[in-house]
Design a protein around this ligand. Sequence first.
Ligand code: SAH
Length: 368
Amino acid sequence: MQQSEAKQEGTVQAVQTVEKEEAKEMQKRPDLKDMTRQELREFIKELGQPAFRGDQIFSWMYGSATEVSQMKNLPKQLQQLLSERSFLTCHKIERVQRSKSDGTRKYLFRLADANTVESVFMKYKFGNSICVSTQAGCRMGCRFCASGIQGLARSLSAAEIAEQVLAVQRDTKERISHIVLMGTGEPFDNYDNVAKFLRLVHDEKGLNLSLRNITVSTCGLIPQIRRFAQEFPQVNLAVSLHAASDEVRNQLMPINKTYPIAPLLAACREHAKETGRRTTFEYTLVRGINDSQAHLKQLSGLLSGMNCHVNLIPMNPVSEKSYRGTDRRFAAEFCKGLSDRGIPATVRRELGSDIDAACGQLRLNAQK
Ligand code: SAH
């Protein structure tokens, strides 16, 4: 390398280091997007400004603004103050995969600290839905899932969960009406931030989303299921069951050793009774592990009489794992078997099959 080139490279590196340091400093400031409207009003008052400015900022953030300078009805002096004293979470789109067949889009976002998360945008007859991640990585270690392979990097803030919805709305220019918390991570392992996220998107000056259009999926953390029934009775609950016996569930989901099937189903019954809402059970069909006629009988016995619906998902192959998915034809038979026994069931529609990658795979591939 020529001396001048080396010098130039050194300068570039130095600039990058300064930029990284600046970014770190910025992230230490309070994140406007991580504040409820009330918190934002308080924050604005502390800056010596009238509280209604907090409402204006809130509306801008849930509209199109990604920077304070775009919030046109704020006085210049307040914009300046905010850019010095606060931070605004904004995800960078690292990759998008677009399905040609049905409009599904899979996003990989880069967060401010260089972690990545995935979200999926799906079009349905009833509206547009998004599947969001609640953690970067996961520590639950389900055997067929790509999300847990590298463990948990960290939990996401409420702002980082909400920003997935906002970034996708900005990119698609379409309104999202339904949210499922079924991306990477265990929502109930990040309960407080997930709860705040639900309040943020429900706010009438935010996305004004109906809580009834939101579904939280858990691997079955019982204490949080109980708390959730009290705090968010309008939000739908999905529980990843994946097996009808502790023997099989222990093999697929380590969490079953802490929260086995019997007390888990008792908590689900309680949740359904208290909220009046039907529990969804997710059942990933893993070839030769949980998809036989005997498993079918066991499962229908277990769920008989419950206010529930079973969502069957033929396992998406994950190259790092040895398990294989059940063929869709057998999945349809399994589904019919459940329906015949009085358990409402459907096989999850395959959306974006041309871009399909199992849960957490886009993120995993990006890190290789
Ligand atoms: N931690 C939450 C939400 C994350 S995953 C939970 O466990 O419910 C959403 C669903 O996809 C879960 O039911 C999960 O078990 C399932 N899943 C994960 N990897 C899968 C794969 N390779 N094939 C099919 N379903 C998978």
